[in-house]
Write a protein that binds this ligand. Structure first.
Ligand code: IMP
Length: 183
């Protein structure tokens, strides 16, 4: 349901936060940073499902790295609008990452629990390197001290939806990002 420019999902009201032009500018900036760092290499991009699929699609094209590969992994930690505190791997890796440069692509780093768990899991498979790119990073929510290598936007600890991010599976298809309306 949509009223003027606010959106209501599952009874919660969201207001516009980052529009698609702003998102595109920052995604292209991150893409260029990755292109510079991986010039002449053959990285594997590892898209974390489900939320990162929209960002990953734009980011890998922004890098222009034709020798790269993309693969997928699935973790789940959120229920409703907050972290459940436990991180589950739902779908594992199908590609061999040993001896490869891996760039994880995530939608958002909140507590950092998913990122830390994922990196720990991946390092067991002996990649050459593991770096972490995220669309959004909430530094004030960190419970781990984890700091991503590539960040499109640092944001305050508020719940957001759109551009791949969901509320219980809904609203991933919004081209812009919305933040929950407080009060
Ligand atoms: P973390 O393990 O707490 O860092 O959370 C990472 C995961 O929580 C992300 O991949 C998202 O799926 C989900 N998440 C965290 N913050 C938000 C949000 O504001 N909106 C939607 N999903 C979120």
């Amino acid at each position: 349901m949509q009223k003027e420019n606010q959106i209501i999902v599952d009874g919660l009201t969201f207001i516009p936060y980052l529009n698609c032009e702003t998102i595109r500018t920052e995604v292209e900036r991150v893409g260029k940073e990755i292109a510079r760092d991986y010039e002449g290499k053959q990285p594997i991009f590892l898209c974390v499902l489900t939320g990162a699929f929209v960002f990953a699609s734009d980011l890998i094209r922004a890098t222009g790295l034709t020798d790269s590969k993309i693969t997928f992994i699935r973790y789940k930690s959120y229920e409703g609008t907050s972290s459940s505190g436990s991180v589950k791997q739902i779908t594992g890796l199908t590609d061999d990452i040993s001896g490869r440069d891996v760039v994880i692509i995530e939608d958002i780093v909140d507590t950092g629990l998913t990122a830390c768990r994922m990196i720990e899991d991946l390092k067991k498979q002996n990649p050459t390197s593991v770096k972490f790119a995220t669309l959004l990073y909430k530094p004030e929510s960190s419970q781990t001290g984890f700091v991503p290598d590539y960040v499109a936007f640092k944001i305050p600890p508020k719940f957001i939806i759109g551009y791949g991010l969901d509320l219980d599976g809904k609203a991933r298809n919004l081209p812009d990002i919305y933040v929950i309306k407080e009060g």
